[in-house]
Design a protein around this ligand. Sequence first.
Ligand code: SR1
Ligand code: MG
Length: 414
Amino acid sequence: MFGDISPQYHPLTPETIADYVFSRPELTTVFHAGEALEAEEVGDGNLNLVFKVRAKADAKRTIVFKQAVPYLRLVGDSWPLPTDRARIEAQALEIEARLCPEHTPKVYFYDPDMYLIAMQNLTDHIIMRKGLIKGIKYPLFAKHIGKFMARTLGNTSDLVLDYRTKKLEVARFINPELCKITEDLVFTEPYRRTDRNPYHIELEPQVLALQADEALRVQVAQMKEKFMTQAQALVHGDLHTGSIMINQTETYVIDPEFAFYAPMGFDIGAVIANLFLSYASHEVRLPDPETRADFRAYLLDSIRELWHVFVAEFQPIWAQVDSINMPRGYQEDYMLRLLQDSAGMGACKMMRRIIGLAGVEDIRGIEDVHDRSIAASLALNIAQTLIMQRHDFKTIEEIIEAATACRPTYPWVS
Ligand code: SR1
Ligand code: MG
């Protein structure tokens, strides 16, 4: 266990949540005392309980409750996990709401005794990953996420915060156990033999070759060191397409429980990686070749656009810095290093989703083993290219060009 559990803490259930709802003064404007409520537990993530509660008389009056349990839900109580992650998430949401309210869900309250956050139920939005699997385009996504990342990352870095605030913020967002999950699952386990790598046996030759590649492991070790030591900005820490709720006009970033001070490229790379994973999945997913080509072009355009929006939205940050100590040349070099970090971090995020624990539905949800192996093989080849060539990339266009030149290695030809 990690510290004492609050004596008031008890995991809620759909049956007990109504009493809890009516006990909260913050919700009296939403729900009328004692009225009939409908509640369901919908958590399909790896860590927490998530309840959707609505008034029976009016489904528009609805709230989401996210509650931490003192272990990893995916595995069970054999893997204890600190409930403090709920506090981290609540505080990260508060910062994101201040810096980029248009892409942050409204929080009603955080309950530190129940490790629970009550927030806006995004009823008109879906998890982006689900939409991408179906081939749905989100034309405003790149603009929205580029802006969200520039605002949240730039404004929490040393470029904007004063020396003392920054260090106090680093301390406030110390998140050791969730960081350890990332260190293990993203930067360690995919590159060695362990029984926690549930990739399909069909992929074995490519995975073994990758694990035997020392030059690759050197690059991964460098990314891991950077992740563990570079407190550059408050990152979301798990910014994959399952952490994005979206529709044709709006984008919301949810679930920042992995937030801590880390390289900005960890977030930017995560978004790019998940778009490339979708790209790889559509090597086999969408049946009509024309629709497939069109959708994959959209994914690549989104990667290109989100980076350019990020750079443009970062301009107000550069406008605030001291240009004597941080002249134009430094600023350009900073952005180039962010691009190269994003390629390297994104590559690690791709490899972990193919090889390691907690894969993504885009790839692991492909039913046919042969098709799944083709998509997975392509994703691994893109990832290897991105991490190995990252120091050569000067533009996002070069990253896209290198990725699209990759082909699956599977099926193996002897
Ligand atoms: C074992 S937890 C696995 C993953 O779930 C979260 O969404 C993070 O990506 C974490 O690595
Ligand atoms: Mg999550």
